[in-house]
Design a binder for this molecule. Structure first.
Ligand code: SF4
Length: 230
């Protein structure tokens, strides 16, 4: 977790410290402010989620709950990688636990939060190549209002920048049963996109990239000029 307020701290660390001290909608938060997010200037994958639940509020660790277990299962990603902040950022639409609705569901993310902080945070993470839009609030914020199932079904249209996903809560179990194409088609594509974003696969280099790398090797004395492809 990056920290810092002092003059020597990087701009992202200063902004993160400012957010952790935020009390803007304290009057509406039943458990009080506790912003939970994970950011780094080197992160390549961004998980744009909803808002913390009570377990996340208590531990201060994003997706440290059954929803996180399901998301890691979808991604086939272990906890060490998921919580490697230098590679994976987690920025929900609301940073603090927003409470419950009268009907028992989680309240929506506080509407003050994303307009206040989101663009400023994302502007300081220039390496993000892929953003997972997890659940309706993130989907609607970025892609515009629409039915979640159709946004997920059309996942290819949003690549390579975004990957549309349902929220991985227990309610999604029945949704997954009704939509078997999600496990059969979307999850394998999700895993490939995430591996590529984290640079875990070596994609075949283009001829121009190969030539550039070879010229670089020659200039550094690691290869002779005759070895450089044209
Ligand atoms: S939800 Fe966002 S705006 Fe509200 S107190 Fe927490 S950090 Fe501040």
């Amino acid at each position: 977790m990056i920290r810092g307020r002092g003059e020597g701290a990087c701009p992202l660390a200063r902004l993160a410290a400012e957010i952790r001290a935020c009390r803007v909608c304290a009057a509406h938060l039943p458990l009080g402010p506790r912003p939970v997010f994970r950011v780094s200037p080197t992160a390549r994958l961004l998980i744009a989620s909803q808002a913390p639940g009570t377990a996340v509020h208590e531990t201060g660790l994003s997706f440290n709950d059954p929803s996180g277990d399901r998301l890691r299962d979808w991604l086939q990603m272990d906890r060490d990688t998921f919580y490697d902040e230098s590679r994976v950022a987690i920025v929900p639409m609301g940073f603090c636990y927003p409470g419950r609705l009268a009907n028992g569901g989680d309240a929506p993310p506080r509407p003050e939060c994303a307009p206040l902080w989101r663009d400023r945070l994302l502007s300081l993470m220039p390496e993000i190549g892929l953003t997972l839009l997890v659940g309706s609030y993130a989907l609607n914020h970025v892609l515009g209002r629409g039915a979640m199932t159709e946004q997920v079904r059309a996942y290819r249209q949003h690549l390579p920048r975004y990957f549309a996903l349902p929220h991985p809560s227990w309610r999604t179990t029945a949704w997954e049963r009704r939509n078997p194409w999600f496990a059969a088609e979307v999850l394998p594509a999700l895993r490939s996109a995430v591996r590529a974003a984290l640079k875990e696969v070596v994609l075949p280099a283009s001829p121009e990239t190969s030539r550039r790398q070879a010229r670089h090797a020659v200039s550094r004395g690691h290869a002779s000029p005759g070895e450089a492809p044209r």
